[in-house]
Write a protein that binds this ligand. Sequence first.
Ligand code: GLN
Ligand code: ZN
Length: 773
Amino acid sequence: MATTANLGYPRIGANRDLKKALETYWRGELAFDKLEAVAKGIRAANWKRQREAGIQYIPSGDFSYYDQVLDHVHMFGAIPKRYDALKTKDAQSLYFAMARGHQKDGVDVVAMEMTKWFDTNYHYLVPEFSPETVFKLTTHTTLDAFNEAKALGIHTRPVVIGPLTFLLLGKMRNVDGEGDALALLPKLLPIYQELLAELKKAGADWVQIDEPFLALDLTATQRDAYRVAYDALKSSGLKLMLTTYFSGLRENAQLAFGLPVAGVHIDLVREPKQLDAALKLLQPTQLLSLGIVDGRNIWKTDLDRALKLLGQAVTVATIDRVIVAPSCSLLHSPVDLANESKLDGEIKDWFAFASQKLDEVALLGRTLNEGPMAKGIKEALAENKHAIKARSESPRIHDSKVKERLNAVEESMLKRKHPYAKRIGAQESLLKLPPLPTTTIGSFPQTVEVREARAKFKKGELSEAQYDKFLEEKTAECIRFQVDAGIDVPVHGEFERNDMVEYFGEQLSGFTFTQNGWVQSYGSRCVKPPVIFGDVSRPKPMTVRWSKYAQTLTDKPVKGMLTGPVTILQWSFVRDDQSRETTCKQIALAIRDEVQDLEKAGIHMIQIDEPAVREGLPLRDADKKSYLKWAVDAFRLSSSGVEDATQIHTHMCYCEFNDIMDSIASLDADVISIETSRSAMDLLGAFVDFKYPNQIGPGVYDIHSPRVPKQEEMVTLLRKALEVLEPEQIWVNPDCGLKTRGWKETEAALIAMVAATKQLRGELATPKKAANG
Ligand code: GLN
Ligand code: ZN
């Protein structure tokens, strides 16, 4: 008999219950035992739901108050030194201090660093290692979860992050810089042995051991470490399900199946073609877990197609050795489609959230065992077939005009009329900017007043005319401030926008929005990505009205503000029936129209934000080139339809640029603004080394803190920039949008920024002394 498994379930609760409880607890308005009760309730509900769906391998230990990597740090006692003072406190104080920092009772420590979990939008806390790190099994989170489920009569398969992945996720600091965390493996393995032993003692038989790094590019040393580690764990007496996801095993397949583990899980959604190799390499005693239901998107599984792949597996391996599963943990899916009461019925029938995905997994398992004609199965498969067909044929998905237009895109549409060196002259004579022009990244404070007005408008308590008038007032105040402060290139302030992607999605065809499609981003923070279900087009101009209005209020050039195609794609649930490239280019054409309409409306400077370009980068080196090519093409398609004199800006923040510098340059934006202030202009190094040819606005202060930067600090940073860049290349701006800031600090900071700029302009005007060579 084939069996079914789940790899992890969303822990935020059906109504973001964990988020609410955590935030009340952090405010000191909820006792810890009350928070524990909420968590316990969520875990119990999740286990029961999975049992009821008919899942055989149900995970435990997949719940977390904040983050599963942090849970392991805590469990293994790998607590960074700076939290020493908190070790005497209760376990939860230490835990949340690592997650969020701690500033109380004379202790002042910052949180652990956070970064993206592979190519998802989930963020984990980065383990901090040093050669002195000692591991000690300190808490028993996984064991406790297993026992808690057992007490409810549910036998679970505990989930642990594998030892290699745990180390590779972390950062090792040696005295002389960054080191190799694998050096700690001999110290870590006994802890895993201990952990497995206590799970075994409690009655576990299988353990899901997550090793997503096995599906990434590995060095020879890392592969050897895999052999050493799993050799050390083979005597645990537990069956290990070595779990990989987000990419294919590829050249590591032999290594993975050669390890002494009782089963291997592979992601067939991301890489269906790895099935063949897996079937060849599967050892006679091993089970093969097939991730066939997409854990990272919201579409119903095409069960017919899934059954074909599963059928292929069953004919090679015996049916008893096949496990049907989601591709990865369902942590990355919204919880339950049943909570959507406002979704259009036709579209809703195309979706499956985590709860529905469990049913799909169970149905696939039953079909393998009982055949597609069995009672109940036949009907369910027919229903699925109907939904899949309806979606693929729906006129709401297909817009022949969009498809034709995309097919007709020519190389010339990806290019500005002339190269930058030629454009710059036309721009200078049109824009007439001073040296070191000052600007901002787009948004101004989204105050309570602004958010309340939007909420009232959405509820119908404000008429459209009233809301418009309110936004005009805010825009006018914002322009007035910028002009008075001496900002050379004002922006309208983005008061009309809730979010930089949602705002555009709401106005584009092919997008829809859920009420409750929340997915955990980090800690208690959740995001609700728009859904791109159909061909994307722009029925009418989206931002022209605001930019045009702002431009009537000043003689200075107002910068138009758009979100780029790659970022819109990256921060949405994307349709799975065509390539991401195609969808991205459809969005690009819509943005191109907007760019051209802005130009026609007299806006001669247009910023197209692309903060998400870097995070879309595939995990495997072999896949990077083709992504970068189409991502760059999409940006160029969106930005190239303008005259030479129209200046295109782009903005990127919080990412490593070094490895994609040539692609950033290929965007051919006239100006790029980047975040650099937190790393004191270190990032700028990438641009300098590359000899970036166009203009750059290195952020001169960090907008993520309410702290007002001093004029001298910004002067120092700008001097650094002037040392390595030509003065004509440099713009002066904060490092990101100001929407999360208050007006008071925003005003003070921008006034100081202008003062710093003026000081440097003065210095530039007086010729340098020749002596200092
Ligand atoms: N224009 C956007 C803003 O200022 C850019 C936001 C971002 O980079 N994430 O808010
Ligand atoms: Zn930014």
